[in-house]
Design a binder for this molecule. Structure first.
Ligand code: DX5
Ligand code: ZN
Length: 219
C-alpha cells in the first residue's frame, strides 16, 4: 500500500502572504504543495505563473506539485521547470501531442503527471501509463476551489488501480477537487494515494491546517 500523501492547494491560501502560507503548510506536515496554475483560457480563472512560483520555490524546500490548467501548454513547460516545479501535471486537451509533452517533461528530469477532467475517460492515457509518474483525477471541473466533490470519478481511480496491479506499473494516483473529511477515506479506499485539498485544509477547524492535514491523512 503506497504511503498516503497530502498536497494542499494554495489556491485557497492567502495570496497576500503566499510565502508565509507555504511555510505554515511545511510546518503542518504537508507532503508537497499543490500549485494551481490557471490561464483564464483553458479554465475561466487566472492565478499565478512562473515568476511567483520561482519566488516561492526560492524560499521553500517543499516539493512543488504544479497543476498546469493552461493551453497551449507545450511551449510553457520549460518555464515552469526553470521556475522550480518538481511535478508538472498537464491536461491532454491542452497539447497537440500528449506524448511529446510527456517526453519534454521527462527530458527536463521532472516528474510528469497527466490530469483527467471528470468527463475524460482513462482510455486517453491507458497506453502511456508506463511513461508517466502520476495520474491526477479531477473530482471537480477545473477552475475554482470550494466546489462539490463528484463521486462518479472514483470508478476511474478503481480502474487505474486494477491496471496498476495487473500490469505491475508504478504511478501515483492523485485526486483533486472537493476533498473533505467525509470523502477522503472513500477516495483512498478507491486507490488514490495523494489527496489535493484547498478549502478543507485552509478553512476547516478555524484554519487549523496541521489538524486538517492530519484528519485527511488518517483513514
Ligand atoms: C481546481 C483545482 C483544485 C482545487 C481544489 O481547478 O485544480 O486543486 O483548488 O480545491 P478544493 O479542495 O477547495 O476543491
Ligand atoms: Zn489542482
Amino acid at each position: 500500500m503506497k504511503k498516503i500523501q497530502i498536497s494542499p492547494s494554495i489556491l485557497s491560501a492567502d495570496f497576500g502572504q503566499l510565502g508565509k502560507e507555504i511555510k505554515r503548510l511545511e510546518d503542518a506536515g504537508a507532503d508537497m504543495i499543490h500549485v494551481d496554475v490557471m490561464d483564464g483560457h483553458f479554465v475561466p480563472n487566472l492565478t499565478i505563473g512562473p515568476p511567483v512560483i520561482k519566488a516561492l520555490k526560492d524560499k521553500s524546500s517543499m516539493i512543488f506539485d504544479v497543476h498546469l490548467m493552461i493551453s497551449p501548454v507545450h511551449k510553457y513547460i520549460d518555464a515552469y521547470s526553470e521556475a522550480g516545479a518538481d511535478i508538472i501535471t498537464i491536461h491532454p486537451e491542452a497539447t497537440s501531442s500528449l506524448i511529446d509533452s510527456i517526453n519534454k517533461i521527462k527530458k527536463l528530469k521532472k516528474k510528469v503527471g497527466v490530469s483527467l477532467n471528470p468527463e475524460t475517460k482513462i482510455d486517453v492515457i491507458k497506453d502511456l501509463l508506463d511513461r508517466i509518474d502520476l495520474v491526477l483525477i479531477m473530482s471537480v471541473n477545473p477552475g475554482f476551489g470550494g466546489q462539490k466533490f463528484m463521486p462518479e470519478v472514483l470508478d476511474k481511480i478503481k480502474e487505474l488501480k486494477k491496471i496498476q496491479e495487473s500490469k505491475n506499473i508504478d504511478f501515483d494516483i492523485e485526486i483533486d477537487g472537493g476533498i473533505n473529511f467525509e470523502n477522503s477515506k472513500i477516495a483512498i479506499n478507491a486507490g488514490a494515494n495523494i489527496l489535493v485539498s484547498g478549502t478543507t485544509i485552509f478553512k476547516s477547524n478555524n484554519g487549523d491546517i496541521k489538524k486538517n492535514i492530519h484528519l485527511l491523512k488518517s483513514h
